[in-house]
Design a protein around this ligand. Structure first.
Ligand SMILES: [Zn+2]
Length: 308
């Protein structure tokens, strides 16, 4: 079951490497307050940022923490969602942070913590009105990760590990991954390696100008775009074949900056279907959806965590 709308206001906090966003959802699940502030690094910085964002958002709505049904936090890194403990969030400078316990102690309300991609999947399902859906969300940010809802429920697996598909090797020879393997999806379509690859081109191309440069005949740029799109297509195919997802929603910084890559991935999936009756029967291109832009999907999803 996808979480039903909270019966009392619920606060969601999305902690990112550069900014933290908090939203307050009312009883009907509508956003009634919203606040964004820069994220301070380190365990204590992240805690202070989350507390300040929560306080500002609740005050803007004219409420107190005791009025809330619950608080949810989405954060990058490995998260023990049972204990509310964040492990090794490298970009935030966190080795270990019992965020649920510490933030909950400060505000006097139970705090649920989960990985930000899993929180975003909940927000995406809400935004698309895809309750009880079989839906995967694929995040192409610095790295690549996925989260799946089956029948509206998050697939977690042991240690909340399910979805780390960025480290499935798909292109031998494409380059070494931070994880030590060669040609991972993250190497092919993750923002960090993609940006590096583009910076080496002559003339240099940014992610924002990639599709334009490729269309204007910059052959190396076109090759990089094709490689990235093939990684996106691989990831979509992987989620449909392993999870049976009706919707595969793609988002994250890479897609927001270069949405043409999702279009190119869809085109590649059409080509693959033309060579495979099996793939054609699955309608992979029709399942690929670009995440709505300009929506606080992760923060909204975090606000739904207390109901999961
Ligand atoms: Zn890897």
């Amino acid at each position: 079951m996808t979480p039903s709308p909270p019966t009392a206001p619920s606060l969601g906090i999305d902690i990112g490497g550069s900014k933290t966003q908090a939203v307050l959802l009312d009883e009907q699940g509508r956003i009634v307050a919203d606040h964004v502030r820069p994220t301070q690094p380190g365990a204590d910085g992240v805690l202070a940022t989350a507390l300040a964002a929560a306080r500002e958002c609740v005050q803007r709505a004219g409420l107190r923490f005791s009025d809330l049904e619950g608080v949810g936090v989405g954060i990058p890194g490995r998260v023990d969602h049972h204990a509310g403990v964040v492990h090794t969030a490298v970009n935030l400078g966190i080795g270990r942070l019992p965020l649920g316990e510490r933030l909950g102690g400060l505000i006097g309300v139970e705090v649920r913590v989960d990985n930000d991609v899993k929180a975003t999947a909940l927000g995406v399902a809400r935004q698309l009105d895809a309750h009880d859906a079989d839906l995967s969300y694929l995040n192409f940010g610095t790295g690549v990760a996925a989260a799946t809802l089956t029948g509206g429920r998050l697939v977690r697996g042991s240690d909340n590990l399910a979805g780390e598909i960025g480290h499935i090797p798909v292109r031998p020879g494409a380059g070494r991954c931070a994880c030590g393997q060669d040609g991972c999806i993250e190497v092919v379509a993750g923002g960090a390696q993609l940006t590096q690859r583009l910076s080496r081109l002559t003339p240099a191309v940014s992610l924002g100008t990639l599709m334009g440069a490729a269309a204007d005949g910059h052959r190396e740029a076109a090759a990089v775009a094709e490689l990235a799109a093939s990684g996106i297509a691989d990831a979509v195919q992987l989620m449909v074949l392993t999870q049976g997802s009706d919707w595969v929603v793609v988002g994250g910084g890479v897609i927001q900056t270069a949405p043409g890559l999702a279009d190119l991935a869809r085109q590649l999936l059409v080509e693959r279907a033309s060579a495979s009756a099996f793939l054609a029967s699955l309608d992979l291109p029709g399942r690929l959806v670009v995440a709505p832009s300009g929506q606080p999907l992760a923060a909204v999803g975090a606000a739904l965590l207390p109901k999961c």
